[in-house]
Design a protein around this ligand. Structure first.
Ligand code: AMP
Length: 177
């Protein structure tokens, strides 16, 4: 019997315990990046649910979101927009803070990256608590962009990150239970 795409992704993504700190099991996607055939399939699967959604901009979160967001934007014929940690983007930025388990963090986007009426697909590798994706969604919406949805490679379902996105559409290739 042939394996589903989610099963094949699950076989190559590596669990690294206690990285970057104790208690976190890091999902290492580098073996997937090394497999061009599987990577191509993953990129297609991540964009497929949004093929008819009129996406004008792919907004991806630093840094692993870029690895999926750029090829998706090329295929969709959409603009690619990086959302980054503070101080990394060279031009004028807008920022959005979000809560972490301890403290908070900030995301930045260039002020001219998304124009009002843009139809935006958010992209990242992992949806965990949803804090990052929700902050990126707020950044886009503050600039008049419309969130068509969020597409991730994997969703850590037990963390219920989907709830942080509210009624914004969320799609994952692999939901880790
Ligand atoms: P969150 O804001 O909690 O949904 O976290 C999502 C962001 O953190 C994404 O940009 C992921 O790349 C990263 N991330 C969170 N948890 C993990 C994990 N277990 N393995 C790899 N990356 C993670």
């Amino acid at each position: 019997m042939s394996l589903s795409l989610a099963e094949r992704v699950a076989r190559v993504v590596r669990d690294v315990p206690d990285f970057p700190k104790p208690g976190i099991t890091f999902k290492d996607i580098t073996p997937l990046l090394a497999d061009a055939t599987l990577m191509r399939e993953v990129v297609r699967a991540m964009q497929a649910p949004f093929a008819g959604a009129g996406i004008t901009h792919v907004v991806a979160m630093e840094s692993r979101g870029f690895l999926f967001g750029v090829p998706m934007a090329l295929d969709l014929g959409a603009a690619f927009v990086p959302v980054r940690k503070p101080g990394k983007l060279p031009w004028r930025t807008a920022s959005e803070r979000y809560a972490l388990e301890y403290g908070d963090d900030t995301l930045e986007m260039h002020v001219d990256a998304v124009e009002p009426g843009a139809r935006v697909l958010l992209v990242d590798d992992v949806l965990a608590t949803g804090g990052t994706a929700a902050a990126a969604a707020r950044l886009v919406e503050r600039h008049g962009g419309v969130i068509a949805g969020l597409s991730v490679l994997m969703e850590l379902g037990f963390l219920r990150g989907r709830d942080a996105l509210g009624d914004r559409r969320t799609e994952a290739v692999w939901v880790v239970r």
